[in-house]
Design a protein around this ligand. Structure first.
Ligand code: SF4
Length: 352
């Protein structure tokens, strides 16, 4: 079974696999690492333009290590999961400053880098150095679960261990880079999550899921816990071409991104009461009347959270000091700051 799987996969890869990606065949560990971090929780189609912008802006790890952090976050804007960007910066500085600009050359050393898990370490080790380590990403889970008819949940400790062991047994040790890319490509272009193209699949002859007709049920995942709901009320305060913003700090989502004056609630509240709370919260609403309008709600789903945001746009006609932690910034320059996706959507809809 293992020999059938490996030989049919590699044969298909040699003769039929024409999937193109800018980092495919890349041997530079920096570029491989960059592409893999971008692709964690991001679709390939979306990741390509980010990858190209990053390698143009930061052609080497030393360029990335010395770049202003705000510039790196700005380039990352829209990709989400900003802890990836923070880890990218930490690891770039670590490699540039502590490792003389050189990536570790074995699996253990790669695993010690911040933000590099088993999958990313195996990908760099095999693609850059042709070391015999099997990658196990979403595509690999899907192909293996279907071909072998495995119903153990892939997001459990036991499931991960079983799939990793199987992937390692199947790996073509003489051509780890080619094999790893081939199985991921097969999952991406043939054994797709929905409507797999079994007729074009090199593994169809012995595929359990094809035989049993249950490919839509595989791979199995544990039931997800429900997302925590959050309600954000943002005041977009504008005064003489300037807007009040601050950088998010603390251990919460969107750290290092920017935002407007914020009131957060656990449940949705009426606008009257939120307006009263804004006044009580230290936002120095002037005596002179203001123009105001409401926009939203805008919704953004994160892994464990559902964030709903309403924007209250006010135009002030008098001088007003910035509340503590906030600063007035030119509206023209808002494009230079990194904002969460829902805030960017609000800005592009209302400010153009
Ligand atoms: S035969 Fe179909 S279900 Fe089985 S591995 Fe190939 S594409 Fe996936």
């Amino acid at each position: 079974m293992n020999l059938y799987f490996r030989s049919h996969l590699m044969h298909w890869n040699r003769l039929e696999n024409d999937r193109q990606m800018p980092w495919k065949g890349e041997k530079d560990p920096y570029r491989i690492w960059l592409s893999e971090i971008i692709l964690q929780q991001t679709r390939v189609e979306q990741g390509i333009s980010y990858y190209e912008r990053f390698v143009t802006e930061f052609p080497s790890i030393r360029h990335l290590a010395v770049a202003p952090e705000a510039k790196v976050f700005k380039l990352w804007e829209g990709l989400g999961y900003y802890s990836r960007c923070r880890n990218l910066i930490i690891t770039a500085k670590h490699i540039a400053n502590e490792l003389n600009g050189l990536f570790p050359t074995d699996l253990e050393g790669l695993r010690s880098l911040k933000g590099v898990g088993p999958y990313t370490a195996a990908a760099i080790a095999s693609f850059a150095y042709d070391l015999p380590h099997a990658v196990v990403d979403g595509n690999v889970f899907r192909v293996l679960a279907r071909f072998f008819g495995l119903s153990i949940p892939i997001d459990t400790k036991e499931g991960k261990a079983e799939f990793s062991k199987l992937a390692q047994q199947l790996l073509d040790k003489k051509a780890p880079a080619l094999y790893n890319q081939a199985i991921m490509d097969l999952g991406a272009v043939i054994c797709k999550p929905r409507s797999p193209n079994c007729n074009a699949c090199p593994l169809v002859g012995r595929c359990r899921a094809f035989r049993d007709g249950n490919f839509e049920e595989l791979p199995v995942k544990s039931p997800k816990p429900s997302r925590r709901k959050r309600y954000l009320y943002y005041v977009f305060a504008e005064k003489a071409g300037k807007v009040l913003i601050r950088e998010r700090t603390g251990r919460d989502v969107w750290r290092h991104l920017h935002e407007f004056f914020l009131i957060e609630k656990k449940n949705p509240v009426k606008m009257n009461s939120i307006w009263q709370e804004i006044k009580r919260s230290g936002f120095p609403v002037p005596a002179i009347p203001v123009t105001q309008s409401f926009h939203g709600p805008y919704r953004q789903l994160l892994t464990h959270q559902e964030i709903n945001a309403l924007f209250i746009k006010i135009i002030l006609r008098s001088n007003m000091p910035a509340p503590e932690g906030y600063a007035w910034r030119s509206k023209e320059n808002l494009k230079d700051f990194a904002f969460p996706r829902l805030t960017r959507a609000f800005l592009s809809e209302t400010e153009g």
